[in-house]
Design a protein around this ligand. Structure first.
Ligand SMILES: *Cc1c(COP(=O)(O)O)cnc(C)c1O
Length: 393
């Protein structure tokens, strides 16, 4: 088939056509179990009837009106986010990169407004991923994503992840923000330690810097709590969300406190589509389902089952040396012998009717629907085992 798109993506050799729950069918009618969740986006599976209804209903009322006006769906979703998190105010945008871009701009401006022109340094972790805009690839700790686009925004320092001493040495009165993923997602589903996030919080407080938690991947129920920071008992100043926030309808957000929000005064930042009524109507309905105690308990329970099964499979096949992550955001770390081959395994899985992801070259990632049932999990695992065995043969 002719590809009319720029070649920055390496598309899989099939074309998905329709999907329901955790199952996807391609244009040839082949069925797949989806344990990748559209890269941690389809948190309620595909075409959840309540989300289809919310979208259909809103599509008859109002699609877009611009940020000259606010709308009921935007206020409704923001209210739910505020009432269920540390935050007092929400800014809506359309993606994770845009959310982090807003978070970083807010932190720079807050530092400048309250401390002066010297307070501009942003500290970020090596191997982190924060999006693909120029600012966010520069803050992200993977030079492969930024080096071709120099000159890059400046005054950004990278430190090794989970290294408290390195963070202590780096944070100073020049620092305006420290940005951390509670679980490094794209680079391998690697959780921050409790001590690390606590140290980051303390250092930010000591130096008047803001702690930004990038929960674009970890947020909206994937770890078994609404946001991963709740597991750590460490409260950020700014939190970024996207991916599962719209469960497949594009939306991003930052959440912050009443202390910081006024920095974004009229005209300081904006977005044409941010707060779009369609996106917010879907997000608002999705929020209620994800935030229900029974959904979060289901994530915890299914996550345990999946983790145990993957660990057993790792032992049985010798392909994995570790399974890590939280809830239904899990990574299987390849044994040294198979290092660098994660994409071979996801390709083999696809041939066996299973969608899974890589997270870096050494980790196979699972980010399925939070509503994943036993039957789909068992079938997915069966296909995964068959794929691994064929790949090993
Ligand atoms: C996916 C991701 C982003 C980027 O989100 P986009 O919607 O692709 O811009 C940023 N941060 C983290 C942690 C992510 O996983």
């Amino acid at each position: 088939m002719q590809n009319y798109l720029t070649p920055n993506f390496s598309f899989a050799p099939m074309i998905p056509e329709r999907a329901l729950g955790s199952r996807v069918w391609d244009t040839e009618g082949r069925e797949y179990i989806d344990l990748s969740g559209g890269i941690a986006v389809n948190a309620l599976g595909h075409c959840h009837p309540d989300l289809v209804a919310a979208l259909a209903e809103q599509s008859q009322k109002l699609w877009h009106i611009s940020n000259i006006y606010t709308t009921q769906p935007a206020q409704e979703l923001a209210k739910k986010l505020v009432e269920n998190t540390f935050a007092d105010k929400v800014f809506f945008c359309n993606s994770g990169a845009e959310a982090n871009e807003a978070a970083l701009k807010l932190a720079r401006k807050y530092g400048r407004d309250h401390f002066g022109e010297h307070k501009t340094e942003i500290i970020s972790c090596l191997n982190s991923f924060h999006g693909r805009t120029l600012f966010t690839v520069s803050v992200g700790g993977q030079p492969k994503y930024s080096k071709d686009y120099a000159p890059l925004p400046s005054d950004i320092t990278h430190v090794p992840f989970n290294d408290i001493a390195a963070l202590e040495a780096a944070v100073s009165d020049k620092t305006c923000a420290v940005i951390i993923e509670p679980i490094q997602g794209e680079s391998g589903i690697l959780p921050a330690t409790q001590e690390y996030l606590q140290a980051a919080r303390r250092l930010c407080d000591e130096h008047g810097a803001l702690l930004i938690l990038d929960e674009v991947q970890t947020g909206m129920g994937h770890t078994g709590k609404l946001f991963a920071y709740e597991h750590y008992g460490v409260t950020p100043d700014i939190l970024s969300s996207a991916k599962a926030l719209g469960c497949g309808f594009p939306i991003g957000a930052i959440m912050t406190t009443d202390k910081i929000a006024p920095t974004f005064g009229p005209g300081t930042h904006g977005s044409t589509f941010g707060g779009n009524p369609m996106a917010c109507a879907v997000g608002s309905r999705a929020f209620d389902i994800i935030n229900a105690p029974e959904t979060l308990a289901h994530v915890e329970q299914q996550g345990q089952k999946l983790q145990t099964a993957l660990r057993e499979l790792g032992v049985k096949t010798g392909v994995f040396k570790e399974v890590r992550g939280m809830g239904l955001l899990l990574g299987c770390v390849l044994a040294d012998k198979y290092a660098g081959k994660a994409s071979e395994i996801t390709a083999a899985a696809l041939k066996h009717g299973l969608m899974v992801l890589v997270a870096g070259a050494n980790v196979v990632r699972f980010a399925p629907s939070l509503l994943l049932n036993d039957e789909d999990m068992a079938e997915g695992l069966k296909r995964f085992e068959a794929a691994l065995n064929e790949w090993l043969a």
